[in-house]
Design a protein around this ligand. Structure first.
Ligand code: ZN
Length: 490
């Protein structure tokens, strides 16, 4: 075990990565972790968050435990570390065959980087083994998931609080995320049991993403708009849709116009999803019509255009989704297609899977009579997710309070949607409004700002054929210039 803490972080950086300089925001986070402080870092997408958790362990020794929300994200990061020559890395997740899992568990102490999910982490036999390791620090990657998913979708995120609380000598925790509202930061600090965490918060403003809001009468007009504009202008891009059915419908319609598109949603087979992802990453697919199942951990730097066919269920969701464009720093566009009925649909879908208070009472009664909670859940017709959520809150609060909690969760979801409605129906610069939802303001006013600031999206988008491109020869130089608009340029 090497406990030498180098005075010079630059030489450690050079030695581990070959780079000479840190990117903005990285160094202070790394110093805080090395000093043993609980740390929350909100860094914009593309700022090099991974280095923040990868470097300190080289100074501290031991194992870094990284809790990650998605299998694809873990696999991606394991592959990335291996490519950098790191051999002591493993992911402990449900993807592993029993034999592979046994092997990882047998060698647990030998890893420098150990990735796992909250669900795996809180399993008693795994938890026991992990707690025997010499953990240098614990990392919550995409930490906004604690706030976004913990309460009504993946309660094992909230169970991490007890997990950490039961550790004899809890190592410091580092939370990393690209987007965090004040509430998310409070939830992160609370559920990761952080003690006076160091906060490093960088604005989520991405001046290279122009924003536009298009008001349309409803679904049919949206379909028309999409077919018309996507036949005229090129991607690559993602259309975010509300349902699996809509994803399939739009992908089919685009293909009928000779636009290479595919659907992506949680209802597809795992292999099909991987194939679609790969094709998109390789540039073989121009458009993905996706539900919110697509995106986190997808590292495609040249996505030029994100279109929302529906009203996202929260500001955090919206900012994350549009943030997937323009990671290469080049000019990109985010289009929100909005119609009045969108809020009702969004509210219905967001609360559809939340059990009613009466259902919680019914389950409570069944369990009191000696029935297994799983069976009670089946009788009540609950989905697996809903049952997970109900069991968590019943354990924690008892039946009465758990029933009340269901109403509270539904209210929170409706409030989040309402803040999106205020965003869509408000007045003034869209970028200011979007950032305002998180308590930020724009860092600069880019030349290509938003539809409220007089944006002409044809200055950003690339025409499918020269003949179809109405801006013609004169627009050519302008368009080339617009590709290189940098933040701060007026
Ligand atoms: Zn604007």
């Amino acid at each position: 075990m090497d406990m030498t803490i180098p005075v010079n972080l630059d030489s450690l950086l050079k030695q581990v990565t070959g780079f000479d300089e840190f990117r903005a925001g990285q160094e202070e986070v790394i110093r805080s972790v090395i000093r043993g402080r609980d740390t929350i870092a909100v860094l914009p997408t593309g700022a090099g968050k991974s280095l923040c958790y990868q470097l300190p362990v080289h100074a501290l020794g031991g194992t870094v435990l990284i809790v990650s929300p998605l299998l694809s994200l873990m696999e991606d990061q394991v592959a990335q570390l291996k490519m950098q020559g790191e051999k002591r890395v493993a992911a402990l997740n449900s993807f592993l065959a029993p034999k592979e899992r046994a092997e990882v568990l047998a060698n647990l102490g030998s890893y420098r980087f150990l990735f796992t999910s909250p669900e795996m982490l809180v399993q008693p036999h795994i938890s026991k083994r992990i707690k025997q390791l010499r953990i240098a620090y614990i990392v919550a990657d995409e930490a906004h998931c604690i706030s976004q998913w913990g309460f009504d979708f993946r309660p094992d995120y909230l169970r991490m609080r007890d997990w950490l609380g039961n550790m004899e000598d809890r190592p410091p925790v580092l939370a990393l995320t690209a987007t965090a509202s004040e509430k998310a930061i409070r939830d992160i600090a609370d559920y990761l049991l952080m003690e006076q965490p160091e906060l490093f918060i960088h604005t989520p403003d991405r001046p290279n993403i122009a924003m536009e809001l298009i008001r349309l009468s409803g679904r049919e007009e949206k379909t028309e708009w999409l077919l018309d504009h996507l036949s005229q202008w090129k991607g690559p891009g993602i259309i975010y849709v509300q349902s699996r059915k809509r994803a399939e419908e739009l992908a089919g319609l685009l293909r009928s116009r000779q636009i290479v598109a595919a659907a992506f949603h949680a209802g597809m087979e795992g292999e099909d999803r991987i194939l679609v992802q790969q094709q998109f990453l390789n540039g073989e697919l121009e458009w993905i019509c996706a539900t919110n199942a697509f995106g986190m951990g997808i590292n495609k730097p040249d996505i030029r255009w994100i279109v929302h066919d529906h009203l996202p269920s929260s500001a955090a969701q919206y900012i994350q989704e549009i943030g997937r464009s323009g990671r290469d720093g080049r000019q990109s566009l985010a289009t929100l297609l909005y119609s009045e009925g969108d809020a009702d649909t969004a509210a219905f879908i967001a609360t559809d899977d939340l059990p009613e208070p009466e259902t919680v009472h019914f389950i409570g009664k069944c369990v009191a009579e000696g029935m297994d909670i799983r069976e009670a859940g089946e009788r009540a017709g609950l989905s697996e997710t809903a049952l997970r959520v109900v069991s968590y809150w019943m354990d924690r609060l008892g039946t009465e309070q758990a029933a009340i909690q269901m109403d509270r969760l539904a209210d929170t979801k409706r409030e989040e949607i309402f803040s999106m409605v205020r965003f869509a129906e408000g007045a003034g610069c869209l970028r200011s409004r979007a950032l305002g939802l998180f308590g930020y303001s724009p860092t600069v006013r880019p030349a290509l700002c938003c539809s409220e600031c007089g944006l002409d999206s044809s200055r950003i988008l690339i025409g499918r054929t020269a003949a179809r491109n109405s801006s013609g020869l004169l627009g050519w130089r302008e368009r080339i210039n617009s590709l290189f608009v940098v933040s701060g340029e007026e």
